[in-house]
Write a protein that binds this ligand. Structure first.
Ligand code: HEC
Length: 93
């Protein structure tokens, strides 16, 4: 019984630990698909818009969430997509 409880605690810890990483990773791929034609991060992407490599130290999460739908052609992005990208960008300090 102790073993099972230990295992449960370990797997719960792993899930909690890995979830934000998965979130950030999908934010990164959503950014690539939707934004990188104009914006570069760490040298990868377009040059016609501001570089976003350190945007997390300039804009808050809520400012990013408000900004994304104002981008050309992005007014219709689902909120979940906007949130994933905003979380990813907010992590870039
Ligand atoms: C067609 C080109 C284009 C696309 C696509 C685009 N942007 Fe932009 N973005 C711009 C331009 C140009 C600016 C600068 C003018 C402005 O702030 O509105 C900008 C500004 C920004 C800023 C503010 C940067 C700063 O330093 O103030 C953020 C954040 C941003 N975009 C995020 C995104 C995200 C996230 C996406 C994808 C969902 C995206 N953009 C898609 C052209 C684009």
């Amino acid at each position: 019984m102790k073993k099972i409880i230990g295992l449960l605690i370990v797997s719960f810890g792993l899930i909690m630990f890995s979830a934000p990483t998965v979130f950030a990773a999908s934010g990164a791929s959503l950014f690539k698909a939707n934004c990188s034609m104009c914006h570069a991060i760490n040298g990868q992407g377009g040059k016609m818009a501001p570089n976003l490599s350190h945007i997390g130290s300039k804009m808050s999460l809520s400012a990013l969430e408000a900004k994304i739908p104002t981008m050309p052609g992005k007014a219709g992005l689902p909120k979940s997509t906007v949130d994933s990208i905003a979380n990813y960008l907010e992590s870039l300090k």
